[in-house]
Design a protein around this ligand. Structure first.
Ligand code: GLC
Length: 524
């Protein structure tokens, strides 16, 4: 493991802080709560934690509307709590990744308060002001421009109207943003997830976007003038140089309006360390499942990146329906095992979303329970993102051990049966299975940074691939079908490392996979 690089070879665990563990009974998860669970996280074998925003926020977008980028929201604790979390995580070999939301601020951020106060305020040009709107839309619905009566101009927001977009072309903004990186780097933070980074720069003349056919206003435009501008590249280079001036620091970008091409374009030497490839889109409304579907995505990703970097892979996050809800029927975890295996063994760095290791499902909310403004706006077509943000299930006690108070968001009713404590005591649980997969990744280099070779599927619904390094070959075979499937094995003696079925010690030539079987073998 001497050549182990945490951000490339490790497994990163995303925590949505308000829902992980509450230490003071106010129903709201906090930093001391997270610190108290570090031993559990270490036992899982993860190498880094990505914290969704912990900064002061009026919560128009649940933390993604930041009112101060260099402070901790008192609901999460204090800066001392943060320092303690970093120190305790580091003691256990766990790195801390912060979520930097730098495309926009909260409308209550002091910068915007100044900016909107008068046309000649020194911070006026820190945001995007215009006498009349152009055709740009907010991805959250409607025009992206809001009229500010006091100064008689419109400001632009790509997300909610409480999240005005910054003007990254202003050198003072650029400077101030780089200071945010420095502030946290100096506190010992190991890396950053960059929220919608490819939207930072807009066309200098704020030109209209060309239009096309689409359902919503936002989808009826070709987004050439409000994102993915060429100025992004030199900036990424500057950010990378800054990060590289500290040892082993990391950046992962969230491509806005993601495509495989964007993931590849922004990652690599002199750019971001990596960018996300999501195995879902449109908030999980489209949940394609199937051997061929995943194989195709990985092949396209390989082609686009030319093997130049390892993509960050995610099956779930705080914006999308949880993988188990998208792919599983009821409480059956068979497909969750397949999804977890792909996440841990396909070529890339896995990002695990809190609770994914125990198969947490989305909660369902009635219209009046919905908090996410997106859900309020688009109901019933889009029900918002609250469903995937429910509190973690630690045990079967009141509120699943998450809080002694009333949780800020309701729990999934299955928590009595589906929780960490119960799964620790069950040899066949998803938790034990996930932990074993993470351990195999640690043990076998081929699974971390080896090449990948997809085997030609002899039958439908079968996904099989080899992970190859100089020393090892590992075969991963996944049966997506409710029927048995036969797989011809490449020459050699294959020893099972992990299977959801019973396997003899040595297999050669052929293997019959039972329904929904996951099987990992190594060749000796
Ligand atoms: C990112 C975040 C999402 C947020 C948006 C605006 O996509 O993941 O939660 O609403 O950016 O900051």
């Amino acid at each position: 493991m001497g050549d182990f690089l945490w951000w490339r070879d490790g497994v990163i665990y995303q925590i949505y802080p308000r829902s992980f563990a509450d230490s003071n009974g106010d129903g709201f998860g906090d930093l001391p709560g997270i610190t108290s669970k570090l031993d559990y996280l270490a036992s899982l074998g993860i190498d880094g934690i990505w914290l969704s925003p912990i900064y002061p926020s009026p919560d128009a977008d649940f933390g993604y509307d930041v009112a101060d980028h260099t402070a901790v929201d008192p609901r999460y604790g204090t800066m001392e709590d943060f320092d303690r979390l970093v120190a305790e995580a580091h003691k256990r070999g766990i790195r801390i990744i912060l979520d930097l939301v730098l495309n926009h601020t909260s409308d209550r951020h002091p910068w915007f308060i100044e900016s909107r106060s008068s046309r000649d305020n020194p911070k006026r040009d820190w945001f995007l002001w215009r006498d009349a709107p152009n055709n740009w839309a907010s991805i959250f619905g409607g025009s992206g421009w809001v009229y500010a009566e006091k100064t008689g101009q419109y400001f632009f927001h790509m997300f909610f109207k409480e999240q005005p977009d910054l003007n990254w072309r202003n050198p003072a903004v650029r400077q101030a943003q780089l200071e945010v990186f420095r502030f946290w780097l100096e506190r010992g933070v190991d890396g950053f997830r960059l929220d919608v980074f490819n939207a930072y720069f807009k066309h200098p003349d704020l030109l209209d976007n060309p239009t096309k056919f689409g359902l919503r206003r936002f989808d009826r435009q070709i987004h050439v003038n409000d994102m993915d501008r060429p100025e992004m590249m030199p900036l990424l280079n500057e950010i990378r140089t800054l990060l590289d001036s500290y040892p082993e620091r990391y950046s992962v970008g969230e491509p806005f309006v993601p495509t495989i091409e964007k993931t590849a374009r922004y990652a690599g030497e002199g750019k971001l360390h990596t960018a996300f490839h999501f195995f879902y889109n449109d908030m999980g409304l489209v949940a394609k499942w199937g051997a061929d579907h995943f194989r195709r995505q990985m092949l396209d990703l390989g082609k686009a990146s030319g093997g130049a970097y390892l993509p960050a892979l995610a099956m779930s996050n705080h914006d999308s329906a949880r993988a188990a809800s998208r792919y599983c029927r009821g409480e059956d975890d068979a497909n969750a095992r397949i999804a977890m295996t792909m996440l841990m063994t396909l070529r890339g760095t896995p990002f695990l979303y809190y609770g994914e290791e125990i198969g947490l499902r989305n909660i369902s909310l009635s219209r009046k329970e919905i908090m996410d403004p997106l859900g309020k706006y688009y109901w019933p077509i889009i029900k918002g993102r609250d469903g995937c943000r429910a509190p973690m299930h630690w045990d079967d006690s009141a509120n699943a051990g998450f809080s002694t108070g009333r949780p800020w968001l309701k729990l999934h009713p299955d928590y009595k049966a589906r929780n960490v404590a119960a799964q620790e005591n069950d040899a066949g649980s998803l938790l034990k299975f996930s932990r074993r997969l993470i351990a195999l990744r640690k043990e076998y280099r081929a699974l971390r940074d080896g090449g990948i070779l997809f085997l030609e599927p002899p039958q439908k619904d079968l996904l099989a691939y080899l992970r190859l390094s100089q020393e090892q070959t590992i075969l991963v075979a996944l049966n997506f079908s409710s029927r048995a499937r036969m797989l011809d094995l490449p020459p050699g003696d294959w020893q099972p490392l992990l299977s959801t079925s019973t396997r003899e010690a040595n297999v050669s030539e052929k293997v019959t996979l039972t329904p929904y079987e996951v099987c990992l073998m190594k060749s000796s």
